[in-house]
Design a binder for this molecule. Structure first.
Ligand SMILES: NC(=O)C1=CN([C@@H]2O[C@H](COP(=O)(O)OP(=O)(O)OC[C@H]3O[C@@H](n4cnc5c(N)ncnc54)[C@H](OP(=O)(O)O)[C@@H]3O)[C@@H](O)[C@H]2O)C=CC1
Ligand SMILES: O=C/C=C/c1ccc(O)c(O)c1
Ligand SMILES: [Zn+2]
Ligand SMILES: [Zn+2]
Length: 361
């Protein structure tokens, strides 16, 4: 690995253009700073955001880009002022690796809402280098943006919690939606959605999955423990469920109408948008006025909430449902994710893929 004073060469799998195709790429990471933690990547989950970014759905992608923001690894080196971690610890890194530490969100410990946030990839670090993500042999991160993986959680199991898990936990906590007995809807049963079902069920909610097809009905009810299942195109089923839900977590990653889902909410119900959609969504105002309903959004969770959701999953015995693949399968995994063919999160076994041995450009 080298020493604190050297720039280490790592191998990642990078997209070079908006085809989003990943291939081996060598680059250096910065010398280990006083508060830096160098992590040998063990596993990294594949989030739909990785597709949005690699394929430039948001119009701001820079290449070469090494995606991956559900990173679990082993600490191999720490800077002299790192107090929380030491070599050998199993740790996690998520979507954010920097913030200003001075603004209102930073002082309120919701640093994900800092306007100077630094993304774990497709961004520029304080030293002017591009940030690169977790589909790589190693990543270097300031200790503030590292969490310890608690005992009792397998590293591959922990990976999806670092984005998908905290993304559902945070709004349920923030909006006061943790009480048992609430009726929740999960719109889109993918990586984020399946964690939504599991976390909401663990909070004692009655959970309805709202899906684009009937294909996942049996698994949603039998394997994930959902209480009800609606196919969004089934008008009769949707009408029968009108005014029944306290909240809906909307994870659909493409443009879609909001009104069918607003109609499912009770008085004061909340539609919580999660999907990254680069086109305006629309609804007519009576759909929210006549029922005092809210449309809101939420972005991952804070570092504190990330630690909390990891422990929540240990305490409740919650696991993610994953398909573990090697790095040389990552492009097929991305294609399958885009065509809605995964139950429910791919996790790349990075350390088991010997990526340092691959010829890299
Ligand atoms: N706000 C935040 O902090 C975060 C946002 N995200 C965003 O949330 C969205 C969901 O992420 P993730 O759960 O990883 O994605 P997945 O692809 O795993 O799941 C999305 C689900 O939406 C449904 N869906 C409906 N239409 C489509 C379509 N045309 N293509 C694909 N899926 C469709 C499918 O469920 P079904 O079969 O049930 O219809 C699918 O499983 C993405 O936009 C992602 O960028 C992700 C993490 C954090
Ligand atoms: O997967 C996590 C990131 C989500 C995300 C949310 C909003 C946005 O504009 C992004 O670029 C990413
Ligand atoms: Zn994500
Ligand atoms: Zn800030």
């Amino acid at each position: 690995m080298g020493s604190l004073a050297t720039e280490k060469t790592v191998t990642g799998w990078a997209a070079r253009d908006a085809t989003g195709h990943l291939s081996p790429y060598n680059y250096t990471i910065r010398k280990t700073g006083p508060e830096d933690v160098v992590v040998k990547v063990l596993y990294c989950g594949i989030c739909h955001t990785d597709i949005h970014q690699a394929k430039n759905h948001l119009g701001a992608s820079k290449y070469p880009m090494v995606p991956g923001h559900e990173v679990v690894g082993e600490v191999v080196e720490v800077g002299p002022e790192v107090t929380k971690y030491r070599a050998g610890d199993v740790v996690g890194v998520g979507v954010i690796v920097g913030c200003c530490r001075e603004c209102h969100p930073c002082k309120a410990n919701v640093e994900q809402y800092c306007n100077k946030r630094i993304w774990s990839y497709n961004d520029v670090y304080t030293d002017g280098r591009p940030t690169q993500g977790g589909f790589a042999s190693a990543i270097i991160v300031d200790q503030k943006f590292v969490v310890k993986i608690p005992a009792g959680l397998a590293p591959e199991q922990a990976a999806p919690l670092l984005c998908a898990g905290v993304t559902v936990y945070s709004p349920l906590k923030h909006f006061g939606l943790m009480s048992p007995g609430l009726r929740g809807g999960i719109l889109g049963l993918g990586g984020v959605g399946h964690m939504g079902v599991k976390v909401a069920k663990s909070m004692g909610h009655h959970v309805t999955v709202i899906s684009s097809s009937g294909k996942k009905r049996a698994e949603a009810m039998d394997d994930l423990g959902a209480d009800a299942y609606l196919v969004s195109s089934d008008a009769a089923e949707m009408a029968a469920a009108a005014d029944s839900l306290d909240y809906i977590i909307d994870t659909v990653p493409v443009h879609h109408p909001l009104e069918p889902y607003l109609a499912l909410l009770k008085l004061d119900g909340k539609l919580i948008l999660m999907g990254v959609i680069n086109q305006p969504l629309s609804f007519i105002s009576p759909m929210v006025m006549l029922g005092r309903k809210s449309i809101t959004g939420s972005f991952i969770g804070s570092m504190a909430e990330t630690e909390e959701v990891l422990q929540f999953c240990v305490d409740k015995g919650l696991t993610s449902q994953i398909e573990v693949v090697k790095m040389d399968y990552v492009n097929q995994a991305l294609e399958r994710l885009e065509r809605n063919d995964v139950r429910y999160r791919f996790v790349v076994d990075v350390a088991g893929s010997n990526i340092d041995d691959a010829p890299a450009a």
